[in-house]
Design a protein around this ligand. Structure first.
Ligand code: 13P
Ligand code: SF4
Length: 305
């Protein structure tokens, strides 16, 4: 798609968005041309908050399925639409509600914390949700000593280092995009970029987090880069984040992984236009599941608003 063709698409989408009183919520990992139709670009927590507070009639969500599903849980009376219905999350698919219910039976005194990278069904059988930016506060807020943390074992391990008084029982899921990075790689990055500070996403392995200068959610990375005195950064997360950082903090230099989340990249401007024209595909959540999952999300908002 040429730049001119993209501009035409952006104008058509923005006009239609206004005419239909729709809001377009965009995750940081989306293709950069999609940023131009966004009303808000952010991390999972920021996007959840926007979805919870919008006055729009239609929410068009550009991210992956669990994110749009959260918007639908938070807005049962609004239409939530996505450009690509089968853009999923490999980590979210590593657990299902039935397996979690069985697992809970083994630890009846534990509270269940569900990382938002999970399906509505999993959220519905959990006590509280968290995102990468509030996981430590969420776990700290619970009276239980034992915490079942699902589905990300790496985020669970990170939380365990911050809350040593709790017993964290981790589900063995992970994000393939982050999990492939190891300590050797970070050491070579340091050698090749001696002036760069290393920022890692908490979905990274413990051996990677130990070597990082900063650990942050995707939007947290933007804040770190703005605050730090460093001029160069190496970013250990999905490849799209370097473009987002280059735009947000143009005075500094960002390089990073070439690991791509293909699901995040499925959405395109053409699909967004088609989705807005047809008001479809719609993301639907069963009413009983929605009520229970909403409880878990609202508990998270009480801790982190
Ligand atoms: P953030 O909430 O930090 O944006 O993370 C979402 C995600 O899927 C990271 O892989
Ligand atoms: Fe899921 Fe990983 Fe993709 Fe994030 S980067 S959406 S955790 S597969």
């Amino acid at each position: 798609m040429s730049e001119v063709e993209n501009k035409i698409l952006v104008k058509r989408i923005n006009d239609l968005k206004r005419a239909k009183n729709a809001v377009i919520l965009v995750h940081n990992y989306q293709r950069p041309e999609i940023y131009d139709v966004a009303d808000f670009i952010g991390d999972s927590l920021g996007l959840c908050k926007q979805a919870a507070n919008t006055n729009a009639d239609i929410i068009l969500f550009c991210g992956v399925h669990f994110m749009a599903e959260s918007a639908a849980i938070l807005n049962p009376d609004k239409k939530v639409i996505v450009p690509t219905i089968d853009a999923g999350c490999a980590m979210a698919d590593m657990i299902d509600a039935e397996a979690l219910v069985q697992f809970k039976k083994k630890h009846p005194d534990a509270a269940v914390v569900a990382y938002v990278n999970s399906t509505a069904d999993v959220k519905a059988v959990s006590d509280i949700c968290c995102t990468s930016s509030n996981a430590v506060d969420v776990v700290n807020s619970l009276p239980n000593k034992k915490i079942i943390f699902v589905p990300d074992k790496n985020l669970a391990a990170y939380v365990a280092t911050k809350v040593p008084e709790k017993e964290i029982i981790a589900w063995q899921g992970y994000c393939p995009v982050h999990h492939v990075v190891n300590a050797e790689y970070v050491k070579s990055v340091r050698q090749q970029n001696p002036n760069a500070e290393v920022i890692a996403h908490p979905e990274s392995k413990p051996e990677v987090l130990k070597l990082a200068d900063h650990i942050a959610s995707t939007t947290g990375m933007i804040n770190v880069a703005k605050k730090s005195n460093a001029k160069e950064f190496f970013v250990l997360t999905e490849c799209g984040m370097t473009e987002r950082l280059n735009r947000e903090v143009p005075s500094k230099k960002f390089t990073g992984l070439c690991n791509m989340c293909f699901d995040m990249k499925r959405n395109t401007l053409e699909y967004i236009l088609r989705c807005l024209e047809n008001e479809s595909p719609v993301v639907k959540v069963d009413k009983k599941i929605q009520i229970k999952a909403l409880e878990a999300l609202n508990k998270m908002f009480k801790v982190s608003n």
